[in-house]
Design a protein around this ligand. Structure first.
Ligand SMILES: C[S@@+](CC[C@H](N)C(=O)[O-])C[C@H]1O[C@@H](n2cnc3c(N)ncnc32)[C@H](O)[C@@H]1O
Length: 225
């Protein structure tokens, strides 16, 4: 927990710039698999009217409530529940660093739940690491023990715990969602680098981030869809 609290102390300019890019002012936000909030949940609360942090794991949500209280943030609530059981309607869904860990079947179920929880004009902000991340761990990550390096090599060889952009595109299309834009800004990179990611190696960026919308979405801040 000390490490998480320490990470939240710095890098706020980049985090706020990122949330202003992805979150309409006054939006109702659901963070799926939020854990303790990582790099943008608490800054989101400065732009959104309400942020619901949803996770099946109780402990990191307790940390998140503590971190929110320490900053006098009052519009973040936590819910211990599976995304599949949650009911509601949100302007923005956020799901970070999670989809690549799921099996294809589970991921499609997650994406279907996202579609159900989004308003017709709503946006889903999602990021995941691509197979490059595992290659990065094997070849470049500093301070990583041999065992974890071998685990990454095995996952890469078996194509497990990873997700390609092409596959993500196909799966979003299959559930009635569509990618609206690729978030590949310097601000996004700064937020991720702040957490200790290193995009400077020959493998470059190993995260992919997107804004996704319902394929029946009508008029919105982005124009006709
Ligand atoms: C790898 S963590 C990502 C945490 C955080 N979003 C981040 O960016 O670091 C994935 C999270 O998803 C949660 N999770 C797994 N299955 C879930 C489900 N069905 N509904 C809600 N959360 C779930 C896990 O408990 C875990 O905290």
């Amino acid at each position: 927990m000390a490490g998480a609290r320490e990470r939240l102390r710095t890098g706020w300019d980049a985090r706020l710039a990122l949330v202003r890019d992805i979150c309409p002012r006054g939006a109702r936000v659901l963070d799926v698999g939020s854990s303790w909030g990582e790099y943008t949940l608490l800054p989101l609360a400065a732009v959104a009217s309400e942020v619901v942090a949803l996770d099946v794991d109780t402990r990191p949500l307790a940390w998140l409530s503590m971190f929110a209280a320490e900053r006098d943030v009052t519009n973040v609530t936590t819910t211990v529940e599976s995304v599949h059981d949650h009911r509601g309607s949100y302007d923005l869904l956020r799901c970070t660093n999670t989809l690549q860990l799921l099996s294809g079947t589970e991921r499609v179920a997650f994406l279907s739940s996202f579609r159900r929880l989004l308003t017709s004009e709503g946006d889903l902000f999602v990021d995941f690491y691509t197979p490059r991340y595992l290659a990065f761990r094997v070849r470049y990550q500093k301070g990583l023990g041999l065992r974890l390096r071998l685990v990454s090599a095995a996952r890469l060889a078996l194509w497990r715990h990873t997700l390609t952009v092409r596959r993500f595109q196909a799966e979003t299309g299959a559930v009635g969602l569509r990618i609206e834009r690729h978030v590949d800004s310097a601000v996004y990179d700064r937020c991720r680098e702040h957490e200790g990611n290193d995009f400077s190696t020959p493998l470059g960026r190993y995260f992919a981030a997107f804004v996704v919308v319902r394929d029946d979405g009508g008029w919105s801040k982005h124009g006709y869809r």
